[in-house]
Ligand binder design. Structure first.
Ligand SMILES: [Fe+2]
Length: 312
C-alpha cells in the first residue's frame, strides 16, 4: 500500500474545524506555515552546535554515564535560556494558541522539560526513534489537569521534502490496535540464531548495534516495507515552518528514505489541556498536589498569559 496523503491546512477560522476533524478521524494533521522560519533556523544552529559539543565530549570520554544513553538516543532538551524565551514568544505570536484552545476547548499547558531536539544522522544509521507512542504527560493530563488528552507537535528544523532526508512516519488511528499487535509480537532472526522482537528495535541497544549493524539495517528495511504494505501509514513531506500535530496514542517513528544521506534535526513539544481540576474521589485530591508539584518545579508554562488573538 502506498503511503497515504495526510490532511494539511493552515490555521484559519475557516479551516480550524477541518483540522480538529482530521485529528479526530486519523489522529494527526499537517499544519502549514505556522512557525517563524527565522526562529527555526536559529534553533537548528543551536541544535547543531549542541550535538557537535556532545560529539566532541564523547570522543574525549567526557560524557557522564547518565548522559551516554541520551547521547546515543540522539535527543536533548532545549536548555538554552535565550532559546527558551524565544520559543515561548514564538508560540505566543503564532496561531498555535488559537488551534490548541479549540482542541482542548479551553486553555492549554506546555511542559517546559518536554521540548526535545532530536538528530537523525546518516553517520549513525540505526540511531533514530523507532515506533512508539507518546504520553509523557499522561499522568499530568489525567490526574493533575483532568484534560485526559495530550498532543505532540513535531517540527523539522530543515525542509523534509526530498528522498534523502528523514521524515516522520505515523500510523493512522484506525490501525492503532492492529499495529500494536504486529509490532509487539513479531520477531527477527539475526546471525547465530539470535532472535529479537521487532519492538526491541525501538530501544537503544549499543551491544546489538555493534555486533549486527549491517544485518539490522537490512531487517529494518524489510520490516518497514511490511508495515507500509499492511497498515495505514503517513510520512508527509513538509517544509520548514510546517509541523505535524498528533495524538499521544498514535504510533510513530522516524521514516528513513531509500537514499538517506542528509542529517535532520527536529523539535517536538507536547501540550495538555489546562482544565480546572474537578473533585475526583479516586485520586482523593492528589491531582491538586500534582499540579502544585509541577508548578513548584516551574515545569509547566501556563496559558493565563496568553490571549488568543482574533483571527476573524
Ligand atoms: Fe515520540
Amino acid at each position: 500500500m502506498p503511503l497515504l496523503e495526510s490532511c494539511r491546512f493552515r490555521i484559519k477560522p475557516k479551516t480550524i474545524n477541518q483540522i480538529v476533524e482530521s485529528i479526530e478521524s486519523t489522529g494527526l494533521c499537517v499544519i502549514e506555515k505556522v512557525w517563524d522560519q527565522l526562529f527555526l533556523k536559529e534553533l537548528c544552529q543551536h541544535g547543531n552546535s549542541l550535538f557537535k559539543l556532545k560529539d566532541k565530549a564523547i570522543q574525549k570520554n567526557n560524557l557522564s554515564t547518565t548522559e551516554i544513553p541520551q547521547y546515543f538516543g540522539a535527543f536533548y532538551s532545549i536548555e538554552d535560556h535565550v532559546m527558551d524565551e524565544e520559543f515561548y514568544t514564538c508560540i505566543l505570536q503564532s496561531k498555535f494558541p488559537y488551534l490548541f484552545k479549540k482542541l482542548f476547548n479551553g486553555d492549554f499547558a506546555l511542559m517546559r522539560n518536554e521540548r526535545v531536539l532530536r538528530r537523525v544522522d546518516p553517520i549513525f544509521p540505526l540511531r533514530f526513534s523507532a515506533f512508539h507512542t507518546d504520553g509523557q504527560l499522561k499522568d499530568l493530563a489525567c490526574r493533575g489537569l483532568h484534560s485526559k488528552r495530550e498532543f505532540t507537535i513535531w517540527t523539522p528544523l530543515v525542509n523534509v521534502v526530498d528522498d534523502k532526508t528523514p521524515r516522520l512516519m505515523l500510523i493512522d488511528k484506525k490501525d492503532t490496535e492492529n499495529f500494536k499487535d504486529f509490532y509487539m509480537n513479531n520477531a527477527i532472526t539475526l546471525p547465530n540464531q539470535v532472535k529479537v522482537r521487532i519492538h526491541v528495535l525501538s530501544t537503544l541497544n549499543i551491544d546489538l548495534e555493534k555486533k549486527y549493524q549491517p544485518e539490522l539495517l537490512i531487517k529494518r528495511k524489510e520490516i518497514y516495507s511490511q508495515i507500509t504494505d499492511r497498515f495505514l501509514c503517513y510520512a508527509p513531506k513538509i517544509k520548514l515552518g510546517d509541523c505535524i500535530i498528533f495524538d499521544r496514542d498514535i504510533w510513530h517513528s522516524s521514516f528513513i528514505p531509500e537514499n538517506f544521506s542528509k542529517k535532520r534535526i527536529s523539535l517536538d513539544y507536547r501540550i495538555v489541556g489546562d482544565h480546572i481540576p474537578t473533585e475526583d474521589m479516586r485520586f482523593d485530591g492528589k491531582f491538586f498536589r500534582s499540579k502544585k508539584h509541577f508548578l513548584f518545579r516551574k515545569d509547566i508554562f501556563f496559558t493565563e498569559n496568553y490571549r488568543v488573538k482574533s483571527h476573524s
